[in-house]
Design a protein around this ligand. Structure first.
Ligand SMILES: [Zn+2]
Length: 255
């Protein structure tokens, strides 16, 4: 089974997650092939598989180069639109890699093709750009309702599930979360913690489902204070949870 997970930083704020079992690895969303190559070389590891969450280039840019050198199994969303994918996945697909089982969730919102990989074996969720710590992905292609349903799939997972997001957006997200829900004590403490980590350039991830359910406004659209603030922002009354999500997503886009 996979016994070790580590991040390779890429570009300005991406993380390429590396999942290891002995000398074999799987990488998630390898946007930058050079970053992966130098990691593998330095540690003397071999690439067995690639997991892709969605079509954006900062997640897929390394597929072809890594394919050429390693010929790994390459998993990703169905549709045939991402070059290099060898096994197309959809809702409830189950795959086994490095003796570890993953179930696939379709999570449209950020993009329409977005999927996430959840493993109960290792209590881990690889959620791409759908869920970030303290935030969620921008709605480039999907609707607020699609994002709401996608995030719901995550918030129902076991609370101890570790959440591996693909960007270091946490601190910025928490600044916004504090605007939306200023009296949330858990959120205030988490902000301080992440601030300290980022001051010394340390990674803020993985998060957990338990923590996200307590602090992430996009998972908390039924909370009164968040609803009130969303209504103040839109100057509309009686917003339902999906409308609250739409309002705070728009608010965040302009924050
Ligand atoms: Zn993206």
């Amino acid at each position: 089974m996979i016994s070790y997970i580590e991040a390779i930083p890429a570009f300005s704020d991406n993380y390429i997650w590396v999942l290891r079992k002995n000398d074999s690895v799987v990488v998630v969303d390898p946007g930058d092939p050079e970053a992966v190559e130098s990691y593998l070389e330095k540690k003397n590891l071999k690439l067995e598989a690639i997991l892709i969450t969605h079509h954006h280039y900062d997640h897929t840019g390394g597929i072809m180069k890594l394919n050429e050198k390693w010929n790994p199994e390459v998993y990703g969303p169905k549709g045939g639109h991402i070059q290099g994918i060898k096994r197309e996945l959809s809702e409830k697909s189950i795959i086994k890699i490095l003796d570890t089982e993953f179930v696939i969730f379709e999570t449209p919102g950020h993009t329409l093709d977005h999927i996430a990989y959840y493993s109960k074996d290792i209590n881990s969720l690889f959620c791409g750009d759908t869920l970030f710590s303290g935030g969620c992905g921008r709605l480039f292609e999907g609707t607020p309702l699609q994002m709401f349903n996608s995030l719901n799939k995550f918030s129902c997972l076991p609370s101890e599930t570790k959440v591996f997001c693909t960007h270091e957006y946490t601190l910025n997200n928490l600044k916004f979360a504090l605007e939306v829900e200023p009296d949330n004590l858990v959120l205030k403490n988490y902000y301080k913690e992440v601030n300290t980590l980022r001051e010394s350039n340390k990674i803020s991830l993985p998060s957990s489902i338990d923590l996200e359910n307590k602090i992430n406004p996009f998972l908390r659209t039924s909370v009164d204070r968040i609803k009130e603030n969303a209504e103040n922002y839109t100057k509309q009354a009686n917003l339902d949870p999906v409308e609250v999500l739409a309002a705070i997503r728009e608010w965040k886009d302009n924050f």
